[in-house]
Design a protein around this ligand. Structure first.
Ligand code: HEC
Length: 554
């Protein structure tokens, strides 16, 4: 969305150039600003919480700041090199009244006041969370939409005209795509059984036909929007580094000790290293084991020796890449278990304890343990001990190792947290207080606590293995957190595929800041960077092929 808006701004730019005007920005804003000004509209006057983005023609970098309570914005001069910039905004319900562009000159503040007018295309501006708030339906009905937001936004669904019969076919087609897919690159799974049959989606199809345009030209329901950021949530600089192809989907992100950003490409066979100082991108090719299977990688994490481990999803292997040399090593699943449609995700990485790594498979829900010394693989089916396992299709999302290399498992269909004891191999499942929470990503805290996101539960939970108790923290409405972690100050950071807002919560008070991204980011991981003051963090924009840095100012 952002790219399209930028393009039209650039095209229109030749026609209307914003003349520098006398700015109403405060003296303080201007002191160190490259561009500063005020954002107003007829309806609201000065507008708080408007994201203003500056993009230099031809650059891969876009920098965004947010207007304060007086409607003022200011780009610090050390963030914009001299050059010709277009300005874009994000404020749901509004567009710029005219294209805005300005030359940044060294050691001068260029003043640009921006006028906003009501948008002609509100539906195009809604986030998934806002569609979920707007559409009619019970919580149970709406919850199924949480399975439709990973590859594209809900806009496609509500704008469609499919009736019930068509919806059964469409949903069946969707369920046959590997989750590495995007509309620019559909990737059908080899395991066609996983999609089930069209008939099994009748109930869902009946619901979908009540929220789209199958029987009406205009939605009968009003479109609801989330409030714009206020107060501390406006005190942030967001830098987006655009990646060269729309098929790149940065998924898991880690920063190495030299400041390079590493990410798995969810849509292609690369592990990539991005240096934000030089803007150099190095893509390391990863081996394709099955030419006809979907391509893309999900997890990425350092082990204790500084080696990066990754999964290869539908390619049926896990592997390592040495960040110093780029050398890769692969551990494919043994042939007897490596069926055509296999999907391996996540690696449990405390082999410094016992020389063993864990991983798990999605379609049939096996957990595997590889002995690195002998090359032997073991296989487990831990969901067997969950309630009524024979009639319930349980699914494990992430697995992660604790300090003893016990395996922790986040169950995604209902929401159990599981453990496999590394020594006794005993399986234990724990149920969080929130029913149907759907557990997704985990972190192990230095004290051994397990941090886990409750995707449907809309909470972040912390499980203490000593007391076997969960503590749950409610996220802002519509967040549906994907991944969360604590920073060095004890704040929780969470990513979301729904609101486009990175959440920062003080768990002691429950207070949150929400940093609104400049565009549809569909974040998966947050990487909390504790080396900066204040703490900053990185997210991958899965839908908008960018690496994004978020720097709160306080
Ligand atoms: C695994 C990725 C993925 C998921 C999850 C997904 N989709 Fe899609 N969707 C796609 C792709 C790829 C396309 C474009 C290719 C196509 O139309 O088959 C698409 C296109 C669409 C379209 C537009 C095309 C049409 O036929 O109208 C609709 C509507 C749609 N999806 C609905 C849904 C619904 C409803 C869900 C949730 C039940 C969903 N999608 C979940 C990948 C996905």
């Amino acid at each position: 969305m952002r790219s399209a808006a930028m393009l039209s701004l650039t095209v229109a730019l030749a026609a209307v150039l914003c003349e520098p005007t006398l700015s109403s920005a405060s003296a303080d804003d201007q002191a160190h600003a490259a561009i500063a000004g005020q954002v107003t509209s007829a309806a609201e006057g000065a507008m708080e919480g408007v994201v203003v983005t500056a993009h230099e023609h031809g650059s891969i970098v876009s920098v965004s700041v947010v207007t304060n309570a007086k409607g003022h914005y200011a780009f610090p001069e050390n963030r914009l090199v001299p050059g010709h910039y277009t300005l874009a905004i994000r404020a749901t319900g509004y567009d710029l009244s005219a294209p805005a562009a300005i030359d940044v000159v060294a050691e001068q503040t260029s003043n640009v006041d921006l006028k906003l007018v009501p948008t002609k295309d509100l539906p195009d501006q809604l986030t998934d969370a806002e569609w979920m708030m707007s559409v009619p339906g019970t919580d149970n009905q709406k919850a199924v939409l949480l399975d439709c937001t990973s590859c594209h936004t809900l806009e496609r669904i509500v704008l469609s005209t499919h009736d019930v019969d068509e919806w059964m076919q469409v949903v069946h087609r969707m369920k046959g795509y590997g989750n590495v897919s995007q509309p620019v690159k559909p990737q059908p799974m080899l395991d066609t059984k996983r999609a089930g049959s069209p008939e099994q989606y009748r109930k869902l199809a009946e619901y979908l036909a009540t929220i789209n345009l199958s029987s009406t030209d205009k939605w009968a329901y009003p479109l609801k929007t989330l409030p714009r950021p206020t107060g501390d949530s406006t005190q942030v600089i967001v830098t987006e580094y655009n990646l060269p192809r729309p098929t790149i989907e940065p998924h898991d992100i880690v920063r190495d000790k030299d400041g390079n950003i590493w990410y798995t490409d969810f849509g292609e066979m690369f592990i990539s290293k991005f240096d934000p100082r030089t803007l150099k991108l190095t893509e390391y090719p990863i081996k394709t084991f099955k030419l006809d299977a979907p391509v893309g990688l999900l997890s990425l994490a350092f082990d204790k020796e500084g080696m990066l481990w990754f999964d290869t999803m539908y390619q049926g292997a896990i592997g390592t890449i040495d960040p110093r040399t780029g050398k890769t090593t692969y551990y494919p699943l043994p042939a007897k278990w490596n069926y055509r449609g296999v999907q391996l995700n996540f690696v449990g990485l405390r082999h410094d304890v016992d020389d063993k790594v864990w991983t798990k498979e999605v379609g049939q829900q096996y957990v595997y343990r590889l002995d690195l010394a002998t090359g032997d693989w073991q296989r487990f089916h831990p969901t067997d001990s969950l309630p009524d396992a024979a009639h319930h299709h349980y699914g494990i999302y992430q697995v992660i190792s604790d300090a003893q290399n016990n395996l922790w498992m986040a169950e995604f269909s209902e929401g159990y947290l599981g453990k496999i004891d590394a020594k006794t191999l005993q399986v234990t499942w724990y149920a969080p207080p929130t029913p149907h929470a759907r557990l997704r990503r985990m972190e192990v805290r230095p004290n051994g606590d397990i941090v886990v996101t409750e995707y449907r539960g809309n909470k972040v939970a912390v499980f203490d293995p000593k007391t076997e108790k969960f503590t749950e923290y409610s996220m802002p409405p519509g967040t549906y957190p994907y991944r969360a972690n604590f920073d060095k100050n004890g704040d929780i950071w969470a990513s979301t595929m729904s609101t486009d807002r990175v959440v920062r919560m003080d768990p002691k008070t429950g207070q949150t800041d929400q940093y609104l991204m400049p565009s549809d980011t569909n974040m998966r991981t947050v990487y909390v960077d504790n080396t900066t003051n204040p703490v900053s963090f990185w997210v991958g924009s899965n839908h908008d092929h960018a690496v994004v840095r978020v720097e709160p100012l306080n």
